[in-house]
Design a protein around this ligand. Structure first.
Ligand code: SF4
Length: 213
């Protein structure tokens, strides 16, 4: 079995279990579990906080307006979703049922802990060289617990739990809520950070080639 089909098979098995998960309260309000998607063999994994309302309906990560922006900032670097593995810390939309319907809320510590096994499985199978976190909740989970996006975005962290290299940038969902110059500045920074991640991946690939023998 090739490495690629092996990763595909393994991730499919994990996904089959994850889509039936009822290990926290979000199982009662979700429409779909949103598992990671993309290239199971990619050495670049992009990780955000959790599914949006649109994702909850489609079962795919970044399927709404933030997803359109994510596609644009990847395209600016000549990348597509097919080149990366795209996933979230938690797999169900973090929302409570209220009078007017579902309302987003931050996940509680116990909900994040209950869901950690799915991301752990994904990253253990894929073994990324580079992790790019979208937003501080992902960076706090994957890089260090007191991560501050304003001061630490775009900076490489090495030998993190799941990858030799990890960095964080802004979440497109956050950038979409900005206006005017702020919007343009933050959008440019995401493009710049994706470029750095792409270059790091190329550097690692080159290093591996030169150390094969
Ligand atoms: S958020 Fe995670 S732990 Fe909670 S029900 Fe969904 S998959 Fe299971």
């Amino acid at each position: 079995m090739s490495e690629k089909s092996s990763n595909t098979e393994k991730l499919l098995k994990i996904k089959k279990r994850a889509v039936e998960c009822i290990d926290c309260n979000f199982s009662q309000t979700r429409k779909n579990v949103v598992f990671g998607s993309g290239d199971p063999e990619s050495k670049l994994v992009v990780i955000a906080e959790g599914p949006s309302a649109a994702d909850n309906h489609t079962s795919f990560p970044f399927s709404g307006p933030a997803g359109n922006m994510l596609d644009e900032v990847f395209a600016a670097n000549e990348l597509t979703r097919a080149d990366i593995w795209l996933t979230n810390i938690i797999k169900c939309r973090a929302a409570d049922q209220q009078q007017n319907g579902l309302k987003n809320r931050l996940p509680k510590i116990e909900e994040i802990k209950a869901c950690a096994k799915w991301l752990d499985n994904e990253l253990t199978i894929i073994k990324p060289f580079v992790i790019l976190c979208l937003g501080s909740p992902a960076a706090k989970t994957l890089i260090h617990s007191s991560f501050k996006i304003t001061g630490e975005r775009g900076i490489w962290f090495t030998e993190t739990r799941y990858s030799p290299f990890a960095m964080a940038t802004y979440n497109p969902a956050y950038v979409l809520r900005q206006e005017g110059d702020d919007f343009m500045t933050l959008r440019s920074l995401i493009i710049e950070d994706i470029s750095k991640a792409k270059q790091k991946l190329a550097d690692v690939n080159e290093y591996e080639k030169t150390t094969l023998f």
